[in-house]
Design a protein around this ligand. Structure first.
Ligand code: SF4
Ligand code: SF4
Length: 355
């Protein structure tokens, strides 16, 4: 792959690498002086505060912040310099919990989850104890980044893993601008390799979905229209097929927050999110049926709260002390970044969340 576009905030010693600083920005200014309502005020208007966790269905595991890319808008602040990696011991604790919960889906994310040396072991062990619904959030380029990863499509197929891949655009220019030089070409090769195994084909059970997120300080367009455009362009230009496109809104945290501030778009962007607030989207935000586990085993309402170091509001704070009865019905921890999940048709890690 070519030149990396940027460095992680941590590597740059940016004050935004500190989650407290991010939370300060999100709480002060236009929200402190009442120019815009806080998320708590907004959801209170429709009696949706406090936001409550429902039955746990999905465990989203962040197996580490290391990534072969350094995308401009990464909410994880991931990159090759990030060394936080989940150990096999923590994975074992998660496996022990899976046996006792009703969670039916294991959603593996990172960084690039495939870079964790125990990634394959974890999937195999989870399969053995009955998990059959796996999601892997793959950046695609990892499949072509190193020969040791070339057989990942076969591994995904063997375990019927649902592959959810980031793909900001069907053109080289727009994709490489956001994700780094050379990313587009490697992503196309990886998608072709997945298609060869049957992934993304019209009647295939091997699910391949793409994730689109905007390149700048604006909200995504209509998901259905975009999916049609992506499908047409990728088929015509590269003979590539996939199932669904998820259009996700960039949340104002980590490197996207840094971008918003540096480009002097922060306030306008927050205005757009608040204006696009849709109370119907609140019901189904991902934190209501998902629990996020960090690389070191701590529990969060979602991957975004994990990055803001906002732990679950429960006595059960670590996977080693997991107690379903203490987590079910908990109050979700919210802040102004949550507006990113309720704008328009709603958005979380899975695109539109309402019908
Ligand atoms: S957005 Fe995904 S692929 Fe890009 S740096 Fe972050 S974790 Fe890596
Ligand atoms: S960021 Fe979204 S998923 Fe996370 S707590 Fe807020 S509303 Fe829920």
């Amino acid at each position: 792959m070519g030149k990396l576009k940027t460095q992680s905030l941590q590597k740059r010693d940016s004050d935004l690498a500190n989650s407290n600083r991010q939370l300060e920005i999100l709480s002060n200014g236009i929200f402190a002086d009442g120019e815009l309502p806080t998320f708590k005020t907004k959801i209170s208007e429709t009696n949706q505060f406090p936001l409550k966790a429902k039955k746990l269905e999905i465990l989203q595991i962040n197996v580490g912040y290391m990534c072969n890319q350094v995308c401009e808008h990464c909410h994880v602040d991931a990159g090759p310099d990030r060394k936080e990696i989940m150990t096999r011991e923590t994975m074992q604790q998660i496996l022990d919990v899976i046996k006792t919960t009703g969670a039916h889906t294991l959603d593996l994310t990172g960084g690039a989850p495939e870079m964790n040396p125990n990634f394959r072991w974890f999937v195999e062990e989870a399969s053995k104890i009955g998990i059959s619904d796996f999601i892997v959030r793959s950046n695609l380029t990892i499949i072509r980044a190193n020969k040791k990863h070339y057989d990942l499509p076969d591994f995904f197929k063997k375990h019927n893993i649902h592959v959810v891949s980031s793909m900001p655009h069907w053109t080289r220019g727009k994709t490489d601008k956001q994700r780094g030089e050379g990313v587009f070409d490697m992503s196309i090769t990886a998608l072709q390799e997945l298609n060869k195994r049957g992934y993304g084909m019209p009647d295939s059970g091997l699910k391949l979905d793409l994730v689109y997120n905007p390149n700048g300080a604006y909200l995504p367009g209509d998901q259905v229209t975009m999916e049609k455009d992506f499908k047409k362009a990728l088929l015509e230009d590269f003979d590539i097929q996939f199932h669904n496109l998820f259009a996700i809104t960039n949340l104002p945290i980590a490197r996207f927050l840094d971008y918003l501030i540096a480009s002097e778009n922060y306030e306008d962007y927050m205005y757009s999110l608040v204006e696009a607030y849709n109370p119907a989207a609140v019901e189904n935000v991902m934190c209501t049926n998902t629990l996020s586990v960090s690389w070191d085993g701590y529990l969060f309402d979602c991957d975004f709260n994990q990055m803001l170091a906002l732990p679950v509001n429960s006595k059960s704070k670590h996977i080693s002390e997991y107690k379903e009865e203490l987590l079910e019905g908990r109050n979700i921890v919210i802040s102004q970044h949550c507006y990113g999940c309720t704008a328009g048709a709603g958005s979380s890690c899975q695109g539109v969340v309402t019908d």
